[in-house]
Ligand binder design. Structure first.
Ligand code: NOJ
Length: 598
C-alpha cells in the first residue's frame, strides 16, 4: 500500500481551497488577485527564464594555436571552467566566416566557421561538449546585413539585372541622391555608398562592408530561415538577434521624418514590416524547435518592447534594451561620459520601469556589460584597487537578483576592468577608429575623444580573458590581437579559483542561489526607498516568500529606509563583506546584502 505523506495531504487541501476561492470569488478578492498572479507567473515556467546566460567573445577567450586569436578549440579546452560557473547558456558572438571588418558582424558565409576560429568539426565537438555538460548554446544571428564579401553581394553588385540584385537595397544614380540615412560606422556617417559598377548607391547602416539585406524580398527571408534551421538542426539552442528591429525598411526611402533627427536608431527600428517578418520567422522556424530568441533591441522604446515579446503575438522571447547602458552619457557627443557620473535614482527608475513592462507577461533581460560596452566594474562600479572587487560583487548581486534573465559578460566574474588605452594605435574597434577619423577630419578635440574612450570604448570589454599570471595571461602563446590588461598579474582565474572570498567564487554562489531560489527568478519586484541617491533596495516575492536585496552603489557608509519591513527575523543569505554589519540598514561602501524575510 502506498502511504500518502502529510505534506502531500496539506498540498491537496491547499489546492482544493485554491480552486474554491476561484469558484467563489466572494471569499476574498485580494486572495483571488494574488492567486491569479501566481498562476500566470508559475504556469509559464520556461528554461530560458530560469537560465543564467554567459556571453563569450570568442576572439578573446582562449587561443589554442598561438595565432593570438581566441578559437573554438580554446573554448573546448575551457569547458570545465565554464561548467564550474554553474551557468546554463553560453551566447557566442559571431563565429561565422567573415573578413572581420566588424569582428564577425560582417558575415561572408553563414554556414561556415571563421577560419581563425577553427572548423565545423571543432564546432560540432564544442557543441557536444557543452551539451554533455548540460550547457545550452546560443549563436549570434546577424541578418540585418551581410558582408560585402558574401557571394550574394558580389552577385548583387555585378549588374542591375543579376538575380541577386534585390537581395540588397540599391538606389540608381539617375534618381538623384537618395534621402539621408545615417551610418553608425561610416567616416561621413553616410549610409549610402556609391558603387561605380552599376552606377547605384547601396544601403549600409553600419560599415561600407556591411550592406543591408533586403528583407522585403521573400527569397532573402527564406535564405535566412533556411540558414537558421541549418544551425538548429545541428542542435544549437537559440539565437541572439543582432539589430533585428532594423530589418524592415520603407523602400521608397523618404526624407527622415523630423522627429527622428538625431535619433536614427528609433527610426530604423520602426520599419513597416518588422513584426510581420518576425511572426513569419516564428511560424517557419522558431516554433518548430525548443529554443530561445533574444532581440538586440536597438532603437526600441519601452512602449514598443512588448510587441516583440508578447507570447500571444508569437514573435520573440526576450529583448534587451539600451536605456540602462545609455545612462550617464552626454547627448550629441561620441559616447562621452558625464563627468558627474550617473544618477542612481535615474538608474533605479529605468530598471524599475522596464520591470513593470514585463510584470504580467512577456519576459525581460538584464545586463551591464557586453562586447559593445565597457567593463561593468569601470562603468557602473569603481575600478580602484580598494573597491574593484567589492563593487563588482555588488553589481553581480544586482544582475542575479533581478526579475529578468541575466546576461553575464565573460571576465566580469573576475572583475576585469577597462584597459583605458592612451594611444589610438592600440584600438582595433571600427567604432573607435571611425570616431577618431571623424573628429580628426573636423579638427576636433582628439585628446578629449581618447579620454572619453577610456570609459566608453568597446575594446575595453574585448581585451583577452585573464586565465593566470603567466605570459599573456595564459590567453595565448603568440601575440594577442588586442593588448591584455596589465592587471592580469593579480586579476585572473588562477588567483581567484581557490579563494573562497574571490569575485569568481562570489559569482558562483549567486548563480547557485538563483538556481535554487525561484523567488529570484519569478518573484514580484518592488522598489524600496526610491529616492535614496546611494542605495538600490528592492524585494522579490513569490508564494509567501520574500527576499530583500540591499545594494550600496557608493564608496561611503550610508543607510536605507525600508518602511515597515520587519527585519527582526530576517536571515542574511549572502553578502559581499565577511563580517556582518552592526545594523542591517547601514551599508558599508559597495556593500550588497540579500536577506530572506519571514
Ligand atoms: C550590434 C553588435 O552588437 C555590434 O557589435 C555590431 O557592431 C553591430 N550590431 C553591427 O552588426
Amino acid at each position: 500500500m502506498r502511504l500518502i505523506p502529510t505534506a502531500m495531504i496539506i498540498k491537496r487541501i491547499f489546492q482544493i481551497l485554491l480552486s474554491l476561492s476561484l469558484i467563489f470569488p466572494f471569499l476574498s478578492c485580494e486572495n483571488l488577485q494574488s492567486n491569479k498572479e501566481k498562476k500566470t507567473v508559475m504556469a509559464d515556467r520556461k528554461w530560458w527564464k530560469e537560465a543564467v546566460v554567459y556571453q563569450i567573445y570568442p576572439r578573446s577567450f582562449k587561443d589554442s594555436n598561438g595565432d593570438g586569436i581566441g578559437d573554438l578549440k580554446g573554448i573546448i579546452s575551457k569547458l570545465d571552467y565554464i561548467k564550474s560557473l554553474g551557468i546554463d547558456v553560453v551566447w557566442l558572438n559571431p563565429i561565422f566566416t567573415s573578413p572581420n571588418d566588424d569582428n564577425g558582424y560582417d558575415i561572408s558565409d553563414y554556414r561556415g566557421i571563421m577560419k581563425e576560429f577553427g572548423t565545423m568539426d571543432d564546432f560540432d565537438l564544442m557543441l557536444k561538449g557543452m551539451h554533455e555538460r548540460g550547457i545550452k548554446l546560443v549563436l549570434d544571428l546577424v541578418a540585418n546585413h551581410s558582408s560585402d564579401e558574401h557571394e550574394w553581394f558580389k552577385q548583387s553588385r555585378s549588374s542591375r539585372s543579376n538575380p541577386y540584385r534585390n537581395y540588397y537595397y540599391w538606389w540608381p544614380e539617375e534618381k538623384g541622391k537618395p534621402a539621408q540615412r545615417y551610418s553608425f560606422f561610416d567616416v561621413n556617417s553616410d549610409a549610402w555608398k556609391y558603387d561605380a559598377t552599376t552606377k547605384s548607391y547601396y544601403l549600409h547602416y553600419f560599415s561600407v562592408k556591411q550592406p543591408d539585406l533586403n528583407w522585403e524580398n521573400k527569397a532573402v527571408r527564406d535564405e535566412i530561415f533556411k540558414m537558421m534551421c541549418f544551425w538548429f538542426d545541428k542542435g544549437i539552442d537559440g539565437f541572439r538577434m543582432d539589430v533585428i528591429p532594423f530589418i524592415s525598411k520603407d523602400t521608397t526611402f523618404p526624407e527622415l521624418p523630423a522627429k527622428y533627427n538625431g535619433n536614427f536608431g528609433e527610426y530604423y527600428a520602426n520599419g513597416p514590416h518588422t513584426h510581420e517578418f518576425l511572426r513569419e520567422m516564428d511560424s517557419e522556424v522558431l516554433s518548430k524547435y525548443d529554443v530561445m530568441s533574444v532581440a538586440e533591441g536597438a532603437g526600441v522604446t519601452i512602449n514598443e518592447a512588448m510587441d516583440f515579446v508578447d507570447p500571444d503575438r508569437k514573435e520573440l522571447n526576450m529583448l534587451y534594451h539600451f536605456d540602462g547602458v545609455s545612462l550617464g552619457y552626454l547627448p550629441g557627443e561620441y559616447k562621452a561620459p558625464d563627468p558627474k557620473g550617473y544618477s542612481l535614482v535615474d538608474f533605479k527608475t529605468i530598471y524599475s520601469r522596464w520591470d513593470s513592462v514585463f510584470a504580467q507577461k512577456g519576459w525581460g533581460t538584464i545586463y551591464l556589460g557586453n562586447h559593445d560596452q565597457p567593463r561593468m566594474v569601470t562603468r557602473w562600479g569603481n575600478d580602484s584597487p580598494e573597491y574593484r572587487e567589492l563593487s563588482s560583487k555588488m553589481l553581480t548581486t544586482f544582475l542575479l537578483t533581478m526579475h529578468a534573465t541575466p546576461y553575464y559578460y565573460f571576465g566580469d566574474e573576475l572583475a576585469m576592468s577597462n584597459i583605458k588605452f592612451d594611444n589610438i594605435d592600440d584600438y582595433r574597434d571600427i567604432e573607435t577608429l571611425n570616431m577618431y577619423k571623424q573628429v580628426k577630419s573636423k579638427n576636433g578635440d582628439l585628446k578629449k575623444l581618447l579620454e572619453n574612450q577610456k570609459i566608453s570604448g568597446r575594446d575595453n570589454g574585448r581585451t583577452p580573458f585573464q586565465w593566470d599570471s603567466t605570459a599573456n595571461a595564459g590567453f595565448t602563446t603568440g601575440n594577442p590581437w588586442l593588448k591584455i590588461n596589465p592587471n592580469f598579474k593579480t586579476v585572473n582565474v588562477a588567483a581567484q579559483e581557490n579563494d573562497p572570498n574571490s569575485v569568481l567564487n562570489y559569482f558562483r554562489k549567486l548563480v547557485k542561489l538563483r538556481k535554487i531560489e525561484l523567488t529570484l527568478v519569478y518573484g514580484k519586484y518592488t522598489l524600496l526607498d526610491k529616492n535614496n541617491p546611494d542605495i538600490y533596495a528592492y524585494t522579490r516575492e513569490l508564494e509567501g516568500k520574500k527576499i530583500l536585496i540591499l545594494l550600496n552603489f557608493k564608496a561611503k557608509n550610508t543607510s536605507v529606509a525600508i518602511g515597515d519591513i520587519d527585519l527582526s527575523k530576517a536571515k542574511l543569505i549572502l553578502s559581499n563583506y565577511n563580517e556582518e554589519s552592526s545594523t542591517p540598514m547601514n551599508l558599508r561602501p559597495y556593500e550588497a546584502k540579500i536577506f530572506e524575510l519571514e
